[in-house]
Each structure stands twice: as C-alpha cells, then as structure tokens.
Write a protein that binds this ligand. Structure first.
Ligand code: NAP
Ligand code: MG
Length: 472
C-alpha cells in the first residue's frame, strides 16, 4: 500500500455565515418556519443555521418571480445572455470557494467538486448563455413559460442548480428554486453571485426548507413549469400534484444502470470505468453503473483486477486532495445503504470490501461489491445510491440486453467492447436515456440527459433542454 501525506485543501477560502435567510426578490430575508442546521457529513459539525420557507414565504417568492418575469422576458436574448455569461465567469473566478463549500456541505471529495462539478457548472451557464439569443434559430420559438418552480437533490447540489437555472433564464423564465435540506450552502452562495452579477431582483429566488417547502413550490397555482430531480417516490407525488393543471413538467428520477463488459473490451480501461461508474461521488449518482454485467468468459480476470483496484481507493477526509471516496451525505442515507447491503447478504449474494479503515466521526461506507447476484435480488433491482456494486454475468449480447433492460428504470448504461458494430447493436436495444461507449459518467452541457420508464420524463441539457422551458 502507498502511504500519502495528507494534502488537505484549506477551508479558509470560504466564509460560512452562522445563519442564512431566504433569497427573495434580490434580498436575503428571514423565513417564517423553524430554522434547521446543515452539517458537514464528514465530521458531523454544524456548518450553519438555515431558514425554512413556509407556504406564505413560497408565495412571496413566486410573486417576486412573477413580477420579475415581465421585465426579464421582455429583454432581448442577447441582453439575457450577458447576465448568464457574467454569472458563468463569476462561478469560474470563485470556483475554488464553491468547490470547498460543496465538499464541506455534501461530503464529496474535493478532487471531484473541483475537477468535475465546478467546471461543469460553469460550462452549463456558458452553454445556455450562448443559446439565449438563438432560440428562434433553434426552431423552438422564443416564448418562455413564466415562473419555473425547481426542486433539486443533494448529490450534485450546484450542478443540479445549474442544470435547472441556466436553461430557464436563457429562455426568459424566472425561477424559484429549492435546494435539498442537507446541502443548501452552495445554492445560497449562488444567490450572492446573482447579486454580484446584478441580476434583476426576483429573476432567481432561492428558498430553503424540507419536503413541505418543495411541495409548496410544486403546488403553487402561479407556477407555470415544474422541474424536479430526485427520487422516483417523490417524483410520483409531484406527477399527481400537477396532473390536470397546465403546468409543464420535467422529472429526473432514479436509476439502476447496467455497465456491460464484453470479453473483447480493454480490461484495464473497463476497470477504471467500473470504478468511476459506481464509486464516483460515493455512488450518490442517479445514473451510477450500479449493476455490473460481465461476460462469463472474463469474469475471473475482471473481478481480480477490480478487487486489486478497489484496494487502492482512498477513503476519508473529503477536503484531502488524495481522497477518492468521501462521506455519505447524511446519517439517513447511510442507514439506507447499510440496510440494503445487509439484505443483499441475507439474500445470498457474496459481499466483499477491501481492507478499509473508516474515520471514527462522520458518515462513511466502504466500497463494496456483491457477487453471485441474481436478477431477483433486491440489490439488483433497487437503487442503493451508495458505493455498492452488484455483479451479474451474461453469455451473449442478447442476454446482456435482456438483463440490462430488466429494471423499472432507464436512465443510463455503459458498454465496453472493441467492436463498433456491437456497440451500435447494443445502443439500439438498451432502454436507457444515455448509453456510454467505453466510458462512464461523462457529462457535457450539449448532450441531453434524461430517462425512460420510472427514471422520469423530459430531457435536460442540449437543445432538448431548451424545449423544457419554452412554450413550443
Ligand atoms: P428526494 O427525497 O426525492 O428529494 C429531492 C428533493 O425533493 C429535495 O429537495 C427534497 O427536499 C424535495 N422533496 C421531498 N419531498 C417532496 C415533496 N413531497 N414535494 C416536493 N419536493 C419534495 O431525493 P433524494 O433522496 O434527496 O435524492 C436522491 C434521488 O435523486 C435518487 O433517487 C436519485 O436517483 C435521484 N437523482 C436523479 C437524478 C436525475 O437526473 N435523474 C439526478 C440526481 C439524483 P428535502 O431535501 O428537504 O427532503
Ligand atoms: Mg450538509
């Protein structure tokens, strides 16, 4: 084993206030609900006290967004673009601060927040800034919907914010966004960035709170568009709430992606892709490659290489630049991962983790593999949303397709093979919104993202992402 000297990123760059209000109409105001605390999941220390928006506060935010809509939607696209470009540049300038804050509040390794989340967040604003004055050219008309109510999860707090806010503003809508209860801090820093960019008041409103606050946003009668990313369970509740209204809806929900490795694949690259597929962001990824499908002929070789690689992963302090696996976002999520993993063992799958010391404070779970998994096992069917991989085998391409599609979800899939013809054959048959070819968990603002079946409906990103915010 290698011995590394700790290389922690300094947290001095962020200035966390003791308490935060709601960002409504360009100003921070107190919420009328009972405030809650957000913690650092790697240490369990309290980071700040956060306001809770009551239904009345939600109403104030929606009114502010409605008022701002008049002016914002009347601006020429080229003017709206200037604001978005300005926001994108400020995000780049302050990216180190945002990355440290994201890792503190979420638990993800600084290497990921710095090198993946933040560059993608800025890229999203740049990308949609570029579309703002070209909507007619895109063939979608240029009529915005109005006020967008947006609710996002905790796994990519700032990235999900950018996926929601950038296209909404580019198309001339105004926004009321609720971040997840456990990860509000970067959204609140983003609110300060809106002030810094002199975005007109009310164009972006950020309101914090728990599920009830989210429900109040979604159910508000004067919201024209609902954009939600989160669990399938809550997605279904939201679909029922908006049914029969004129609200336009996009739902980005859960997943249980297959990562399929054929015998002709480059094995070492495939191992890296499997690790990136399921251990990136502690496996808190809707499109995570949580089911590994291995062609039977290479099973022993691949599993051996994978286990050797897992023994090299470093788990611990998210702010340490050497860390590969950080903290699980909350005690609640850790309990869910533990429960499903115990069920996996009870169902008869074989559990394996590399030797791995867990820190004595904070929420951590070791990288875990289950082998001997059957399709009927709960660990093969349900989203674990943690660093846990279920391994299954197949013999023929047709069997791989059959097993990969045997899930209520359909968000993503990965295929590893040297043969382009087989890649295309597979991609045409996999029921997944994204199919990665000899890679996994790659994102680009120009590429649409979204699911089939219980993974939701609508697409975010690319040209398709504009359609979700226009009256087409
Ligand atoms: P969640 O419980 O559904 O929460 C998502 C958001 O909805 C949070 O802001 C949450 O607030 C809020 N919320 C809870 N109940 C609500 C209600 N009744 N009405 C309106 N809003 C409500 O999901 P999660 O456990 O935080 O996130 C993990 C899930 O997100 C996974 O299933 C994952 O697959 C999915 N996800 C999907 C994508 C995608 O693009 N498809 C991307 C990332 C994550 P609180 O935080 O206060 O509970
Ligand atoms: Mg937190």
């Amino acid at each position: 084993m290698f011995e590394y000297a700790p290389a922690p990123e300094s947290r001095d760059i962020v200035d966390i206030k003791p308490s935060y209000g709601l960002f409504i109409d360009g100003r921070f105001v107190d919420g009328s609900g009972t405030p809650f605390k957000t913690i650092n999941p790697a240490t369990e220390e309290t980071l700040a006290e956060i306001s809770v928006a009551s239904p009345e506060d939600v109403d104030r935010a929606v009114k502010a967004a409605r008022k701002a809509f008049e002016g914002w939607s009347a601006l020429p696209g080229s003017e709206r673009a200037k604001y978005l470009f300005r926001i994108a540049r400020i995000i780049q300038e302050r990216s180190r601060e945002l990355a440290v804050l994201e890792s503190l509040d979420n638990g993800k390794p600084i290497r990921e927040s710095r090198d993946v989340d933040l560059p993608l967040v800025a890229a999203h604003f740049f990308y949609y800034a570029g579309w703002a004055d070209k909507l007619e050219y895109a063939g979608l008309g240029s009529k915005p919907l109005g006020v967008a109510g947006q609710v996002i999860p905790w796994n990519f707090p700032l990235l999900m914010l950018s996926w929601k806010i950038a296209p909404a503003l580019a198309c001339g809508n105004t926004v009321v966004l609720k971040p997840a209860e456990t990860t509000p801090l970067t959204a609140l820093l983003f609110a300060e960035i809106c002030q810094q960019a002199e975005l007109p008041p009310g164009v972006v409103n950020i309101i914090t709170g728990a599920g009830e606050t989210g429900a109040a946003v979604v159910g508000h009668p004067d919201v024209n568009k609902v954009a939600f990313t989160g669990s399938t369970e809550v997605g279904k509740i939201i679909a029922r709430t908006v049914a029969g209204t004129s609200k336009k809806v996009t739902l980005e929900l859960g997943g249980k992606a297959a990562n399929i490795v054929f015998e002709d694949a480059a094995l070492d690259q495939a191992v890296e892709g499997i690790v990136n597929g399921i251990f990136f962001n502690q496996g808190h990824v809707c499109c995570a490659g949580s089911r590994l499908l291995v062609q039977e002929s290479i099973y022993d070789d691949l599993l051996g290489a994978l286990k050797r690689r897992l023994a090299l992963l470093r788990l611990g302090d998210p702010l340490d630049k050497n860390t590969d696996i950080g903290a699980i976002n909350s005690a609640e999520q850790l309990a869910k991962i533990r429960e499903l993993s115990n069920i996996g063992a009870e169902e008869g799958a074989e559990r394996w983790s590399p030797p791995c010391d867990l820190p004595d404070r904070g929420f951590f779970f070791p990288p875990t593999i289950f082998t001997g998994v059957a399709q009927s096992h709960r660990i093969a069917r349900e989203e674990i949303f943690g660093p846990v991989l279920s391994v299954l085998t197949f013999r023929t391409p047709a069997e791989a397709v059959e097993k990969a599609n045997n899930t209520p979800y359909g968000l993503s899939a990965g295929v590893w093979t040297e043969k382009a013809s087989r890649m295309l054959w597979m991609a045409n048959r996999l029921r997944a919104g994204v199919v990665w070819s000899n890679t996994f968990n790659r994102f680009d603002p120009a590429s649409p993202f979204g699911g089939y079946k219980e993974s939701g409906y609508g697409r975010e990103g690319g040209l398709a992402g504009l359609e979700a915010y226009l009256d087409v």
